[in-house]
Structures are given as C-alpha cells and as structure tokens.
Write a protein that binds this ligand. Structure first.
Ligand code: KIV
Length: 257
C-alpha cells in the first residue's frame, strides 16, 4: 500500500497521472490497464443512482461498489470517497475510514476539504490511512456548480487550503473546477501531485467521471471530453435486439438448447 502511494507521489516529477472513477467490476477491469489511480467516487450517487446530489449516498453503498471494483484492481492505486456524513469528527472519521479500508482493502480514502477538515486529514494519516484531498468545487459542500479561483481572494484561499492539506499529510489533491492560473500556481507550489478535473492542463494528473467520458451520464460540461458515445452504441444494439425479438429472429437455433 505505502509503496503504491510513494510511486504516485514520485510521478509528480516524471509524467502526468491518469485517473478515472469506477463503480463496477467489469469497467474496472478495463480501467486498471490504463490508470494510475482508480477512484470509487461518491459521484456514483448522481451518475449511477440518478440522485440529485452526492449528499445522501450511504457508507454501505460506497462499500458495496468498492468491493465490486476491488475485484478487478490489480495495479492501480485504489481510492474510495468518504461520504459527507462519515467524517464529521476525529472519532467518526477514523472509525469509518478503518471500516472502508479494512472491508474493501483500498489504498487510500478521499475527503473533500471545504476550507476545513485539515485536522481530520492529519488524524487519519497519523492513524495509518493515506488520504487524498479535494478542493475547489466540492459537491458535498457546494450547492452551485461554478468555477473557483478566478478572483484574487479565492485564489489566495485555495493556495492556502492546498498548502494546509499537504501539511496535514495528504498524498495528493483533486482540484475540481479551478481556474487555470490558480491550478498552475497550486501545482507549482505544493510537492504532492494535483489531480485536475476541469482545472486545466497545469495539473500533475487528470481525472474524469468515467460515465461522462464514455457518454453515458448525460452530464457534459465544457471540461468533459466525450471520448465515446456509449448511449448511441447501446441504443443501436438494444434496438436491434427489439427488432429481432419482434420478428422472431432471436433466439436462433444456435442460441437454443
Ligand atoms: O466523486 C467523484 O467522482 C469525484 C471525482 C470527480 C474527483 O470526486
């Protein structure tokens, strides 16, 4: 576990980090071949369950998806998001982070920062649980999806926040929806890898929600590049199945016992 974390930290100085989210075993099997980090994000709430936001996903649901993902993780660093109500104080955070890491045997947990939570991060790291931070647009705390760090005061706050997260012992930080100039400054200032989502190329790595990248989520802000239109591909296949069933073309003899 520690070796993998060390490798990820060292890559900051060598090459960009490739990171994606996963919620299931079959998708993870593909991602694991190409990713440095696989995250079971609490975006499972919106992208998979169609919930309004990520606030009401339960620890149990995160654990179930993580157990499925774990089955296919062979080489990537495996990170699990802590749901919002699971790290309210030291005791809760440690108890729940230990439940997650013991049950799913992940390499690290991720915690959104909201300008606070530095002591929680420090406490978890001291208890032996590696932590990834998350700043900028942090869906667990912010109502409106917007860009952060354009204004001088916001930039200053984000730089301070990232320094505090690094000092607390996190091994990397997700920068979500942060203006290019600010993301660049943070990446240059801190010594742990920054993983950007909607935060420009000036981050040490990039992460996307896989369902957005494959065109399945229906959520395509400017920072998402749809590499695939899986919705269209699925439509084609399902429509063909429907036609075959209606016309009696399926099942054929070869599909029959
Ligand atoms: O929940 C999630 O998928 C995330 C990524 C967007 C970084 O936090």
């Amino acid at each position: 576990m520690k070796k993998k974390i060390f490798r990820i930290k060292k890559l900051k100085w060598k090459r960009k980090l490739v990171c994606l989210t996963a919620y299931s075993k079959p998708i993870t099997k593909i991602l694991d071949k190409y990713c440095d980090i696989i995250l079971v994000g609490d975006s499972v709430a919106t992208a998979f369950y169609g919930m309004k936001n990520t606030k009401s996903i339960s620890l149990g649901t995160m654990i179930n998806h993580s157990l499925a993902v774990k089955k296919s993780v062979k080489k990537s660093l495996f990170v699990v998001d802590m749901p919002i109500n699971t790290y309210k104080n030291f005791r809760e955070a440690e108890k729940n982070a230990k439940i997650i890491s013991k049950t799913v045997r992940c390499d690290a947990v991720k915690i959104e920062s909201n300008g606070k939570n530095f002591n929680i991060i420090r406490h978890l790291v001291k208890s032996g649980i590696p932590v990834m931070g998350h700043i900028g647009y942090t869906p667990q705390y912010k109502k409106k999806f917007k860009l952060y760090g354009l204004k001088q005061n916001e930039e200053k706050k984000l730089i301070e926040e990232s320094k505090k997260i690094e000092k607390a012992g996190a091994f990397s930080i997700v920068l979500e929806c942060i203006a290019e100039k600010t993301a660049k400054k943070i990446t240059d200032i801190i010594n742990i890898p920054t993983i950007g989502i909607g935060s420009s190329k000036f981050c040490d790595g990039q992460i996307l929600v896989t369902d957005d990248l494959i065109g399945l989520s229906g959520f395509y802000p400017k920072f998402v590049k749809k590499y695939l239109n899986l919705q269209k591909i699925l439509e084609k296949g399902i429509r063909k199945f429907k036609d075959d069933v209606i016309k009696g073309k399926f099942p054929k003899k070869m599909n029959t016992y």
